[in-house]
Design a protein around this ligand. Structure first.
Ligand code: TXA
Ligand code: MG
Length: 339
């Protein structure tokens, strides 16, 4: 298949809308990461997403909407807490899971009785949803298992020849995928941390939000994944990543002692000096937003450099940094060394 890369101007958006209405898959920018979009009401169109990504069929997709009315066509009833969260954080990087009413294609929900929905804030994503008039199922626009793309060139690398169109909307502002919260059970559960934090949601709701155990550790044997995505390999570059837990001095000493051909450092801007191996930076130590914005492109960059073994400085585990830690932990296949 011939893949076109177009600007997000009127013409590019029009092409995207037409292809989506014809049941094709189009990569579009969102504020979190690029998404691989198709009409969520059309099972054949949705199947093409799974094929393009090489994604396991039981891993459900997030549906992107542009209005509360569109949400109501997918979910019934809307519990008050869901509405409160939507009013506080939509449009934006929050995905809400509720029981569905069977209107979306079953392929979207991976056989579950629930559906994940979010209203993105990116102007191009909003315009494409509005002009097509369709709820759009869209996972991250990477090959299954690879780092999520935050720039059109990375979508192109993964999707060239697999989909007809990529819409270039520049770099994604947030850089990690949306927060995923489930309201389908009695208590609220955070399934995937993101830019909207547990603390922010608790403040709006005035009650605790549980964090699924698998957010910060490997699924245990026999443990059911609350979110099917938790079972699968994620965000992994070719290089083998190890997270080093310790302060800047311990980090520097460890790397300088383990220096060899193919070793690289993945660290904060402040750590760069006095490291004797090639360095890729992902944000500033105290600026969690910058870490989120830069992490996925840093992982891609390490592969472009040909790094074989990467030692990563460990992020913190609260606020937006929890999302960064959650992604990096998976990129590192849970390899962590305490210094
Ligand atoms: O920011 C984002 O959310 C991006 C952009 C494109 O919007 N999309 C994204 O989609 O990250 P994806 O497919 O890469 O991640 C969706 C996650 C998966 O881990 C999946 O298992 C989980 O959400 N999920 C979707 N529907 C679910 C459901 N009904 N129950 C539990 N988990 C669900
Ligand atoms: Mg993904």
């Amino acid at each position: 298949m011939n893949t076109k890369l177009v600007q997000s101007d009127e013409k590019g958006i029009q092409q995207a809308v037409e292809l989506l209405q014809q049941g094709e898959v189009v990569a579009i920018p969102t504020e979190t990461v690029y998404g691989l979009a198709a009409n969520a009401l059309d099972g054949k169109a949705v199947e093409k997403i799974f094929a393009a990504k090489g994604r396991p069929q039981d891993n459900p997709l997030i549906v992107h909407i542009d209005s509360m009315e569109m949400w109501k066509t997918l979910v019934d009833p809307l519990p008050p807490e869901a509405v409160q969260l939507a009013q506080a954080f939509w449009p934006g990087p929050l995905t809400i899971i509720l029981r569905h009413k069977g209107t979306a294609a079953p392929e979207v929900c991976g056989g579950l009785d629930t559906i994940a929905v979010r209203m993105p804030s990116h102007p191009i994503a909003k315009e494409i949803i509005a002009k097509s008039g369709l709820p759009l199922a869209a996972p991250s626009a990477n090959l299954s298992g690879s780092p999520s793309p935050t720039e059109a060139k990375y979508v192109w690398q993964d999707m060239q020849g697999r989909i007809p169109l990529v819409v270039d909307g520049g770099s994604c502002q947030v850089g990690v995928e949306s927060t995923v919260v489930s309201l389908a059970e009695e208590s609220l559960v955070l399934l995937r941390p993101g830019y909207i934090t547990k603390e922010q949601m608790e403040q709006i709701l005035g009650k605790p939000v549980k964090v699924a155990g698998a957010v910060t550790r490997m699924l245990e044997q026999g443990e059911t994944a609350l979110s099917p995505g938790m079972k699968y390999k994620h965000y992994a570059p070719n290089a083998e990543i190890t997270i080093l837990k310790g302060d800047a001095d311990q980090y520097r000493n460890y790397i300088n002692q383990h220096k060899e051909e193919g070793v690289a450092a993945l660290c904060f801007e402040e750590d760069c000096r006095d490291l004797s191996v090639p360095v890729v930076v992902y944000g500033k130590e105290k600026d969690f937003d910058s870490q989120a914005r830069e992490l996925f492109s840093a992982l891609r960059h390490l592969d472009e450099m040909g790094a074989k073994k990467v030692y990563a400085r460990c992020p913190e585990v609260h606020g937006v940094a929890l999302a960064v830690y959650n992604r990096l932990l998976r990129a590192a296949a849970f390899r962590v060394v305490e210094l």
